[in-house]
Design a protein around this ligand. Structure first.
Ligand code: 2BA
Length: 108
């Protein structure tokens, strides 16, 4: 068995979870926060047998869009302790995915 850890944007999470559950995959949703943007995102845990990995990846790809996000994360310091926000554009998503080996899966 494998554990797919998928970090997706909040806007894509509901439709992705619907598609996964309609296809009889089990999924756990965690609220997470990106370290760079410090904005909310969604982490999904999906436990599947190896033969279903490609199908799950396809469902994730179909649901997760890449978006350009403009943030005022950076500030430029000005004389006299003043800071002005400096817009920064980053591309976020579709999804960041890790696939891990599961040593044991126990359900009691
Ligand atoms: P964040 O860390 O908030 O990053 C949001 C987006 O900002 C990233 O999109 C990337 O385009 C940009 N970014 C991140 N770190 C950067 C840096 N040091 N310099 C310049 N730009 C940077 P994605 O790559 O699509 O990542 C989306 C979210 O996925 C991330 O949110 C983070 O929560 C997670 N993630 C991505 N790679 C990861 C990794 N290797 N390990 C753990 N989490 C990861």
């Amino acid at each position: 068995m494998k554990l797919i850890v998928a970090i997706v944007q909040d806007q894509d999470a509901a439709s992705l979870i619907n598609d996964l559950t309609e296809n009889e995959y089990r999924v756990t949703k965690l609220a997470s926060t990106g370290g760079f943007l410090k904005a909310g995102n969604t982490t999904l845990l999906i436990g599947v047998e190896e033969e279903f990995i490609e199908d799950v990846l396809k469902i994730i790809e179909d649901n997760c869009k890449t978006r350009d996000i403009t943030t005022s994360l950076l500030t430029v310091s000005m004389p006299g302790d003043a800071y002005i926000p400096y817009p920064l554009e980053v591309k976020v998503g579709g999804a960041t995915i890790f696939i891990l080996d599961v040593e044991k899966h126990i359900k009691i």
